[in-house]
Design a protein around this ligand. Structure first.
Ligand code: NAI
Length: 461
């Protein structure tokens, strides 16, 4: 028996959670549910909506099935889901999108899975306003983060018998960040030559997904694009109401429906448990109970094919009738599926060789300054000389000032021919810039790794 923390959640959460537990019991899934609270139901005692004991229970048992939780608006409360992801370092977000019988959509042949890095990218939340007019956010992509998510995607692909992994990215523009992701993906792909792999620019992926979605199998990539793509893909198969999701970490995994707590229909017997049920199917796959996962899935599909559907999908059945229909089909089909656990189907992600060393040299420094109009920055300070200035990423010095609008934050790039720049030289430069009446707001070293330039050029540099 595997202990699973069950968070029923708010609104329709308890109704769909009870339905799913009943269905899993009929399929003899070896799961023992341990109920814990999160969300609105415990916000009085615990303002975060996520009590420590719930978090501790997930850490102890390593698994959770979570119904939707209500996030009060305008009260400063954080989403329970976001808190769970951060506190448990759930680095992989997995969102299948699959056409279901009787769910009206433009396509009838979608069956893909988006695996998205869940912690890094612009979601690391490192943002600064450099001036009242200029805000900057850090797009943080790491080699270990990229290696792990790529390895997860390949391992998952093999475990559930999928064929092709496609990386989505924008490495043609984000050369350092998405470039690092793509490099990591290609390394992992070469470690998994038994799985087909390719990559696609994310803008093209959007176009292809809404015109020929059937060409995709498993997609993997950085956080922000993945967030957008997974909702786009939910739209391909009938919206968020039927979309399952999982958040996976090294030690814990949380399986949840993507939809919300639907307070408008709570307690009326109208809730559709399909999304949470599919999340539970993912949980069974995660544990290696492939046969039971297939059994529950087949019973769910057969029920929908028989026209037994909840109101949101145009059917007549209430939650209990829909649940009962699935249970009956499970009873009828049980003999056809293995209830055993398969070792091969369990996913494990290696953290070997996820970092790299290099010979690091500091060859200059970018100093970002606040200035109304072209800064009068010192031309040379010690061995450092002003090589160029840029505004909004476009070179504005030397040479003619471009026609575009200038904002009040400039980047002054200083380079040296004299090898490694020391901290003392950087301090002297900062002091000289300040003495020239330019408030500096941000500095960044210009480095090379094994002789390779590790920074971008400004447009026109
Ligand atoms: P929602 O997904 O709860 O509802 C949108 C519409 O879809 C409603 O008409 C609802 O009745 C319907 N719907 C959703 N799930 C359904 C189901 N399983 N069966 C039948 N109909 C269903 O989105 P909304 O209204 O924006 O959010 C309500 C609350 O849920 C908010 O407090 C929000 O913060 C929370 N929420 C929680 C999430 C989570 O815990 N994962 C995700 C999204 C929202």
């Amino acid at each position: 028996m595997h202990k699973v923390v069950l968070i029923k959640g708010d609104g329709i959460g308890p109704e769909i959670a009870d339905a799913v537990v009943e269905i899993l019991a009929a399929a003899q899934a070896p799961l023992e549910f341990v109920e814990h609270k999160a969300g609105l139901s415990c916000i009085e005692e615990c303002p975060s909506g996520l009590p420590e004991e719930t978090l501790d229970a997930i850490k102890e048992h390593g698994l959770a099935l979570k119904g939707p939780t209500t996030t009060p608006i305008g009260t400063g409360h954080k989403s329970v889901n976001v808190t769970l992801r951060k506190k448990l370092d759930l680095y992989a977000n997995v969102r299948p999108a699959r056409t279901l019988p009787g769910v009206k959509t433009r396509f009838d042949n979608v069956d893909l899975i988006i695996v998205r890095e869940n912690v890094e990218d612009t979601y690391a939340g490192v943002e600064h306003s450099q001036t009242p007019n200029v805000a900057q956010g850090l797009k943080l992509i790491t080699r270990p983060g990229s290696m792990k998510i790529a390895r997860y995607a390949f391992e998952m692909t093999k475990a559930i018998g999928r064929k092709t992994v496609t990386a989505y990215h924008k490495a043609n523009i984000h050369k350092a960040t998405d470039g690092l992701f793509l490099e990591s993906f290609k390394q992992v792909a070469s470690e998994n030559s038994d799985v087909e792999s390719n990559d696609i620019l994310v803008d093209n992926a959007c176009m292809q997904l809404v015109s020929r979605p059937e060409q995709f199998d498993v997609l993997v990539g950085p956080n922000l694009y993945g967030d957008i793509l997974s909702d786009l893909c939910a739209g391909l198969v009938g919206g968020l109401g039927v979309a399952p999701g999982a958040n996976i970490g090294d030690n814990c995994a949380v399986f949840e429906a993507v939809h919300g707590s639907a307070p408008d229909i709570a307690g009326k017997g109208l809730a559709n448990p399909t999304a949470l049920l599919q999340s539970a199917i993912m949980l069974l796959q995660h544990l290696g109970y492939t046969g039971i996962a297939e059994l529950v899935n087949a019973a769910m599909i057969a029920t929908m094919e028989a026209g037994i559907r909840t109101k949101d999908l145009g059917g007549e059945a209430n939650t209990a009738e829909f649940t009962q229909a699935i249970v009956e089909r499970i009873e009828a089909m049980k003999g056809e599926y293995s209830l055993d656990r398969s070792e091969a189907a369990q996913i494990s992600v290696s953290t070997e060789n996820i970092t790299k060393d290099a010979d690091v040299k500091v060859v200059g420094v970018d100093v970002f300054v606040r200035s109304n109009g072209m800064p009068q920055a010192p031309k040379t300070v010690g061995n450092l000389s002003l090589q160029m200035m840029s505004n909004r990423g476009t070179k504005v010095f030397p040479g003619p000032t471009p026609d575009g609008m200038l904002v009040d934050a400039f980047c002054c790039r200083y380079r040296t021919e004299q090898g490694d720049v020391s901290n003392e030289e950087i301090s002297a430069l900062i002091n000289a810039i300040s003495e020239a009446g330019l408030p500096w707001v941000h500095i960044e070293k210009l480095q090379t790794f094994d002789g390779e330039q590790a920074f971008s050029k400004a447009q026109g540099e």
